[in-house]
Ligand binder design. Structure first.
Ligand code: HEC
Length: 126
C-alpha cells in the first residue's frame, strides 16, 4: 500500500498538473514541427520511388543499374506535367503511352499532394 501524506497533496497536485500542461505543449509542438518538415523529396525517398527512378538534379540515384531497363530520370518531369496529372498518375487513374504507372501510391492524400506539387517544380534550367 502506498502512503498518501495529506499535507503535501495540494502542492504535489499542482506540480503534476503544470508538468502535464508543459508536456502537452511540448508534445503538440513536436508533432506539428516534424509534420511540417516533410517535403516532397522526403516523401519520394520514403515511398521508395527511388528504387526505380533517379532524379539527377536532386542527387537521387535510382537503384536500377545504368543501361538496364530503367524508367526515366525525373529531373525535368515538371516541364511535362502538372501537379494534378501527377496525383492521378500515381493513383493509376491516368495513362501514359496507353499504360498506367507500375506502382500505386500508398501514402496519405496529403503526402500525395505534397509529392505531386514537388514533382511539378522539377524543371531543368536551360
Ligand atoms: C517498380 C518501379 C517503379 C517505382 C517504384 C516507381 N516508378 Fe514511376 N515509373 C516507372 C516506369 C517503368 C515508368 C514508365 C516509363 C517512364 O516513363 O520512364 C514510370 C513513370 C513515371 C513518371 C512519368 C515519367 C515520364 O516523364 O514519362 C513519373 C512522374 C513517375 N513514374 C513518378 C514516380 C513516383 C513519384 C514514384 C514513387 C511514388 C514512382 N514513380 C515509383 C517505374 C516505377
Amino acid at each position: 500500500m502506498r502512503a498518501k501524506p495529506k499535507t503535501i497533496m495540494f502542492s504535489k497536485r499542482s506540480l503534476i498538473s503544470s508538468v502535464a500542461v508543459l508536456g502537452f505543449f511540448m508534445a503538440t509542438g513536436a508533432t506539428s514541427r516534424s509534420g511540417g518538415e516533410k517535403d516532397g523529396k522526403a516523401i519520394f525517398l520514403e515511398s521508395k520511388c527511388s528504387n526505380c527512378h533517379s532524379i539527377s538534379s536532386q542527387d537521387i540515384k535510382g537503384l536500377r543499374p545504368e543501361g538496364g531497363a530503367k524508367p526515366s530520370d525525373l529531373s525535368n518531369v515538371g516541364s511535362k506535367f502538372k501537379a494534378e496529372w501527377f496525383e492521378k498518375w500515381l493513383m493509376k487513374e491516368e495513362t501514359l503511352y496507353n499504360k498506367k504507372h507500375m506502382k500505386k501510391f500508398k501514402g496519405t492524400p496529403e503526402d500525395l499532394h505534397t509529392l505531386a506539387t514537388w514533382l511539378e517544380t522539377l524543371k531543368e534550367k536551360k
